[in-house]
Design a protein around this ligand. Structure first.
Ligand code: PMP
Ligand code: GLU
Length: 391
């Protein structure tokens, strides 16, 4: 066999995840005893809450360790259906919900269920690193819509209209957004919904950061706006970010029954059910009082305000304060460095890790995560400031 035919063409196009790679590198250096400030992690720093752990332990001890229905246990699908109704004004029956191994899994399932070879997917740029790779895996084409800092990195209705063509099948919406932190308003979403409905374009609404919104903003689920857009939207969410459950791998998707059934078949023959123990843990998370999430949000908002204030005092970089999620996307053009060199030098010379913007489609930006303890953030900002001053 010739060497270049060993790996399937479909996978040759897929790059490794820069967010996962850098976060693992920072964690490995820290484990070796190096004094690294990790501002690259896309996960909350706090431990998974005790009631969630207790539910998992009880599941193990009671022998809840076997296959479950592929789409998730009825108890969890009922709870998700209730959550979507209460928090998001979305009417999804439990049968319209598929629980998967993380929101990432839900998104790749959705893309594989909808996209044929050469179908186009509209992806706002900067984008979360995995979207274009998932589209490539489905042999579709990503069509990027460049957004601007002066518009809070949001896609305008005019821009959206301009990029639609007969091959467009799906628009990926991520609010609050990773990496920019932008949050779409109801008015903006209504306009997007109107355009997508008129052109019969599906919307994948990635709402994983919905509980982390700052400055009094509000999360709106596009599927809840009207019947037309409801029939075209796949709503994705998960437990990783809100409950600090990144390692447990539970996410979910809700949508039109035919798409959900296709995804259920796909999951039947790929992963089967998500981990039974994690499903019990997720059920316990969804039963936790809302005050828990409010407390988490408050803590993140304080950290965000601190970091934004510190970054404002640094001459060579600038940022738009995020409205949600836990990242700050900083423009580094004035340093004259590309994002890979910037991140590598900062890590090697001042022991601070952050993520180069290149993986998000913006090589003149870097992403700082403020999902870290206050004293780590202070140390990170001090080091970044003095490194920039010497540059
Ligand atoms: N969407 C976005 C925008 C994310 O940042 C992440 C973080 N990993 C995910 C989806 C997937 O999260 P998970 O698979 O851990 O649920
Ligand atoms: N989503 C997080 C991030 O962007 C976690 C890593 C990943 O899954 O990409 O950093």
């Amino acid at each position: 066999m010739r060497v270049n035919t060993r790996i399937a063409q479909r996978l040759k196009k897929i790059a490794p995840s820069s967010t996962l790679a850098i976060t693992s590198k920072a964690k490995a250096l820290k484990a070796q005893g190096r004094d690294i400030v990790n501002l690259s992690a896309g996960e909350p720093d706090f431990d998974t809450p005790q009631p969630i752990k207790d539910a998992a332990i009880a599941a193990i001890e009671s022998g809840f360790t076997k296959y479950t229905p592929t789409t998730g246990i009825p108890e969890l699908r009922e709870l998700i259906s209730g959550k979507l109704k209460k928090d998001n004004h979305l009417e999804y029956a439990p049968e319209q919900i598929v629980v998967s191994c993380g929101a990432k899994h839900s998104i790749v399932n959705a893309v594989l269920a909808l996209i044929n070879r050469h179908d186009e997917v509209l992806v706002p740029l900067p984008y979360w690193v995995s979207y274009p790779e998932m589209v490539a895996l489905a042999e579709g084409e990503s069509h990027f819509i460049k957004t601007l800092p002066e518009n809070n990195f949001k896609v305008t209705p005019e821009e959206l209209k301009k990029h639609i063509n007969p091959k467009t099948k799906l628009f990926i919406l991520n609010t609050p957004s990773n990496p920019t932190g932008c949050v779409y308003t109801k008015d903006e979403l209504e306009k997007i919904a109107e355009i997508c409905s008129a052109k019969k374009i599906f919307v994948l609404s990635d709402e994983i950061y919905e509980k982390l919104i700052y400055g009094g903003g509000r999360h709106i689920s596009i599927a809840g706006l009207n019947k037309d857009i409801y029939g075209l939207t796949l709503t994705v969410n998960g437990l990783s970010k809100s409950y600090s459950m990144t390692g447990w791998r539970i996410g979910y998707l809700a949508g039109p029954q035919d798409v959900v059934d296709a995804i259920s078949n796909l999951q039947d023959h790929s992963t089967s059910n998500p981990c039974s123990i994690s499903q019990k843990a997720a059920a316990a998370a969804l039963r936790m009082p809302e005050e828990f999430l409010i407390g988490v949000r408050r803590q993140f908002e304080e950290r965000m305000n601190y970091c934004v204030a510190r970054l404002k005092g640094m001459k060579k970089i600038s940022c738009v304060p995020p409205q949600g999620a836990f990242y700050i996307f900083c423009d580094i053009s004035r340093t004259g460095l590309d994002s890979g060199v910037f991140a590598e030098r900062l890590l090697n010379e001042s022991f601070v890790s952050l993520v180069p913007g290149k993986g998000f489609g913006a090589d003149n930006f870097v992403r700082i995560s403020f999902a870290a303890q206050a004293e780590q953030l202070q140390k990170g900002m001090d080091r970044l400031q003095s490194w920039l001053e010497k540059l």
